[in-house]
Structure formats: C-alpha cells, structure tokens
Design a protein around this ligand. Structure first.
Ligand SMILES: O=C(O)C(=O)C[C@]1(C(=O)O)C=C[C@@H](O)C=C1
Length: 385
C-alpha cells in the first residue's frame, strides 16, 4: 500500500467522523425538543424503558452490521448519558431562569490545568452561557468570593474514591453562607510530570497539592526518599516543577502538556478508578425539579444523649428516604461535639422530606439544609448483550 492510498483512506475516515459529529449534534437538538414535551406534561426526564428498548434494538442492528454488542452498548450509553444530563440541565435552567443567566462567573481552586478547572468545564459544558473563570488559592477564598458576589458559583472538591472525604470542605460548609446547587464527578488520572528529558531516577523533589499526595500514597512509598513540597493547587505544583531541576509534579497529562511538562509515569492513584466529586455552591439555593433525580444535603447536630444519632437516622428510614452519605466532623471550639453531614436521595420539595425535617427537630439541636440539587451520578440501564 502506498502513502497515497493511506492518505485517501484517512480522508474517508475524517469525513465519516465529521458526519458522525453532525449527526450527534442533530440528535442532541432533537432531544432538547423532547424536554419541552416533558416540561409541558410533567414527565420525568429519564425514561429507562425507552433507553432499554433503544439499546436492544441498536445492539441487534449493530450485530447485523458486524459490530459487537459491547462496543455498540458503550457508544450509546455515552450518548444517552449526555442526552439525559443535557435535558436535566435544560429543565433546571427553565425552573431557575434568573439564577442561571447568560454569564457564569465561576471560582475554583488553582488555574489552568487544575482538576477543579476540568470539573468546572465538564459541569458548565451542559449549561450554555459565557464562562468567566476565577482561579483561587484556597477553599475559603472560593466561598468568600461567592458570598461577596464576586462569583456566581464556586466549585469545591468534597470527596475522592482514593483519599475519601475532604474534611476542610466539610468544615467550611458549617459556617459558609452558601447553598449547594449542583454536583459533578470527574475522573482524576494522576501522572508524574517533569521537564522533558527528566528520568524517574533523577528526581529529588516532588510538588503536589495535599490531595494528590494522599491519593497516590502507595506509589510514593515505593519511590523512596524524595522531598515532598505541598502546594496550594495542582497548577502551582506544575509551575514549581517547571522551574526546579530534577523535580516533578503530580497532575493530569493534559495539565502537564499545557505548560510543557512530560508524563514520566502515569496511573499513580491508589485506586485504578480514581474519581473526585465536586459540589457547586451559590449564594442562594436553586429549585430542583421533581422530574429529575435529586439530592438534598443537610448538616445536623444531634442532642448530647445516648441514641440521639440513631433516633435521627430512624426518621429517614420511617419516611423511606434513602441516605447516601453520612459524615461526622468536630465542631470547632466545642471539644467532642460532632456535626453530621447527610446526603439524602430525595427532593426537598417532597412531602416526606418536609415531614422528616420537622420530626428531626425532636432529635437534634439544629438542622440546616445545605441545598437540593440535580444528582449527576447516572446509573446506566443494564442490557443483556
Ligand atoms: O425519548 C425520550 O424520552 C428522550 O428524552 C430521549 C432519550 C434519548 O436521548 O434517546 C433521552 C432520555 C431518556 O431517558 C430516553 C431517551
């Protein structure tokens, strides 16, 4: 085969790929039309029976074209996830027209290439409008900018599959005057990034935010005696590595590429599936539609008596509310007192949630709702392939 033949084949592939994109954009536009029907008829956005029927039909058709079921299923699950999340975001915009304006001023930790920036792009890609990004160097600064109106939204990492809950953010939520209005999960693929030509064996110093250090602890133990320097954010770690000979930073491959650092080792995280969940906060709460899956987050301090936490949790059971997260944190200045962070798989507007909150008062010193928001963890429908 000559190079001309290869070029001709690549040209054909390019054309097909462009056609696929045109069709995907067209599909998305049509699904936006479906939202209007669902809003007008008060129907849930997600229709799992329709998704199942669609996937089964496509898998069958794919087989007749020589495409295996696994491949077809994967491609269309991705398309459906995009479709559902887009529709849900549209519905939320429809419900909160003033809060979700044409320009979103968003503040997050770090700058170019930080994981928070990647998560911010993912979240706002489904919420059309001009994005004005404001990088910060601490979580306090993020909530501060939201509180004083310099930013409309703030993005805070709250938990990670390798390192667990991010306590600093939970503690901040005790006093910050913000509401949780959304969440986004982003996969975090840590790499060791160094100036081009640097070998692993030459490294004497490592820069990273405390979170990547914690999430890659097993890999780092195996590296021996390297000096660790903690940085405010992954972006500042990258800059430090860039300016320090025989050093490296922990960050994403994309972030390294943006600033001219090379990947010298990838897949560093303790868990192969390393994901971070971020919450999106705003000054005022947003209304969350009952047509989409939602979470309600709250903080409560139980009474200082035996069994009060169990009694409080029983309230959720009695009202058949699924509790998906429970985290305890000390109260600053009050030794041995704890507050509990609770995520419920429910909508604040549901009557059973309202009743539960009322009953909860009997077993707690205080309860504060942090927000009710669209849950972005979508469970894919399961198809027999
Ligand atoms: O058919 C619908 O009801 C749609 O909203 C479209 C669509 C899709 O993209 O195919 C999206 C969401 C539903 O869960 C099912 C299907």
């Amino acid at each position: 085969m000559t190079i001309d033949v290869l070029n001709a084949l690549r040209h054909d592939i390019n054309e097909i790929d462009s056609d696929l994109l045109v069709l995907l954009a067209k599909r998305r536009r049509i699904s936006h039309g479906v939202v209007e029907y669902k809003i007008a008829n008060n129907k849930p956005i997600r229709d799992e029976a329709r998704e199942l029927a669609l996937l089964e039909k496509l898998i069958g058709y794919g087989k007749s074209l020589g495409l295996d079921a696994y491949y077809v299923n994967n491609v269309f699950q991705t398309i459906l996830e995009d479709s559902v999340l887009h529709q849900q975001a549209m519905l939320q915009k429809n419900l909160n027209p003033d809060a979700l304006s044409e320009t979103h001023r968003v503040t997050y930790l770090g700058g170019q290439g930080s994981y928070s920036q990647l998560a911010c792009h993912k979240y706002f890609s489904r919420r059309p409008g001009k994005l004005v990004e404001i990088g910060c160097t601490s979580f306090d600064e993020i909530t501060g900018k939201v509180e004083n109106g310099q930013a409309d939204f703030g993005l805070l990492p709250i938990e990670n599959t390798s390192s667990g809950s991010i306590n600093e953010v939970f503690d901040l939520l005790q006093h910050a005057q913000v509401s949780i209005v959304g969440e986004v999960t982003h996969s975090v693929e840590h790499c060791l990034l160094a100036n081009p030509g640097t070998q692993l064996s030459q490294l004497t110093k490592l820069f990273a935010h405390p979170q990547p250090f914690a999430q890659c602890s097993r890999f780092l133990q195996g590296l021996g005696d390297l000096q660790h320097e903690t940085c405010d954010s992954t972006s500042s770690a990258l800059q430090s590595a860039l300016n320090t000979p025989n050093s490296a930073a922990i960050g994403s491959a994309q972030a390294g590429k943006n600033v001219g650092l090379e990947v010298i080792k990838s897949n560093l995280a303790n868990q192969s599936e390393n994901h971070s969940r971020f919450i999106v906060v705003a000054r005022k709460p947003l209304q969350a539609s009952k047509q989409i899956p939602t979470k309600t987050s709250l903080i409560m301090a139980t009474k200082q008596q035996a069994g009060s936490l169990a009694d409080a949790l029983m309230v959720f059971k009695q009202h058949q509310i699924n509790l998906v997260k429970l985290e305890s944190r000390p109260v600053p200045g009050n030794p041995w007192e704890e507050v509990f962070y609770v995520d419920l798989e429910a909508n604040l507007a549901d009557s059973q949630v309202q009743h539960a909150l009322e009953e909860l008062k009997e077993h707690t010193q205080y309860v504060r709702v942090l927000g009710c928001y669209q849950s972005e963890s979508l469970q894919a429908v399961s198809v027999n392939t």
